[in-house]
Design a protein around this ligand. Sequence first.
Ligand SMILES: Cc1cc2nc3c(=O)[nH]c(=O)nc-3n(C[C@H](O)[C@H](O)[C@H](O)COP(=O)(O)OP(=O)(O)OC[C@H]3O[C@@H](n4cnc5c(N)ncnc54)[C@H](O)[C@@H]3O)c2cc1C
Length: 421
Amino acid sequence: MAVQISPSLTASPPDRIPPAQSACMQLRLRYDLYNRALDEIGCAEPLIAACVKAGGGKIWNGDRFHYMGDYSALAPYTKFPFLALIPQYVTERILGERLLEEGIKVHRPFKVVDLKVNELDPNITDAIFEDGQVVEARYIVGADGARSIVRQTAGIRYADPDGDDITGKPIKQAIAADVVFTSPHYAAPNEAFFVLSSGNFFISVPMPGSSYDGQEVWRIGFGVSQGVPPQFPSTEYLQDLLDAYGPACIPSSAMPDRVPLKIKKTIWSTRFRTHSAIAETPFTRLFDKGGVIVLVGDAAHLHPPTGGQGMNLGLRDSVFLGPILAEHLKRSTQASATYERAELDEPLKQWAAVRHAHALKIISVAKRMLAVFSCKNEITWYFGVIPINWMKVRNIGMWISELTGYSRRMNAWNLSGLASR
Ligand SMILES: Cc1cc2nc3c(=O)[nH]c(=O)nc-3n(C[C@H](O)[C@H](O)[C@H](O)COP(=O)(O)OP(=O)(O)OC[C@H]3O[C@@H](n4cnc5c(N)ncnc54)[C@H](O)[C@@H]3O)c2cc1C
């Protein structure tokens, strides 16, 4: 949650020492590097220094291996033609350090519980905190996640843009964990490695050793199709999934050097749901008449993590919002300001329309990927006479796509963010 405070109308700013960074270790595929968003705010260099640079990865689809995408093919379009693999807490630390360089301090923990239109100036919003403090703000940027209190208080609808289940019966819940294996993973240390089995998936992505005291750590993930996964899956639980859906599914004829993967220790684990939602708009005025309210990140859009797009999209929302808010503030505080409110808000409306459109595209990509990952090796009858095995259809599609070179080039292009900033 970012509350941008109007310089002239600031209540005493909170002055508590923020706690240490969240221990939550989410691996982030940093695609933004490709489309320069993070470069523009001076964060690309430290992120690149801290990440694993991957050229792509391999995927076993039940029939054969495929390459997931060739990121080096992006070289003509970007100075960052690779997948940057980095834990979320490192990304957050680097962003925080950059803010400090600009003299901006993030205050934590402070919880907003309500928003009200200021009684003296309708352009001001009173942000009411749990401890009773009130901050008068000209701009409220709700970066407060999927359960955003800012969005809820402003009455902005948040729902799946397609209703339920447009993609058939995709995996609804999944787990992720950072683990150390007993012996080296057969995937290269700079390569993502996926296994698709009937109705489930296994992903494994190398983490930078520098973030884990030099240990060889892999982020792994699986779908969970039956029962409710534990909140913090144990090593035993993860090992069972690994045995059922991991590389053990690959026949030795396709992978002669395969040895069973055993988990030595689990550093972090979690469960999550794979649903989607989008705010009907990421910009409004509080109750139509009040101050500016904008939403960025999961507060504005949510989708399955397939494709690793969520945080990337949220960062782009924010990077492109910055100059527009700065201009809005400048215009609205000019002594000779004669702007009508509608005219003043027009750039914010345009930003909102563009971000909404990009979010819809990303939601659609992530859902399609999840549907592809969820295909079952079984026959479904259509109209009682047409049998279709969606896993076989998918695999034929992947084969043609690889033969033509389409998947290598287009997967990298689409997921890089170059196609949709
Ligand atoms: C398993 C998994 C893997 C993922 N992998 C990737 C990936 O590889 N690449 C990628 O780009 N994305 C990925 N994502 C998505 C990514 O994690 C999210 O999109 C991203 O964390 C959203 O950031 P956010 O700041 O909008 O929301 P959040 O991360 O939810 O942060 C919201 C913040 O607001 C604070 N807050 C909430 N309510 C209040 C309040 N009332 N007052 C004050 N503060 C409040 C919270 O404490 C929190 O600090 C993944 C997600 C999952 C679940």
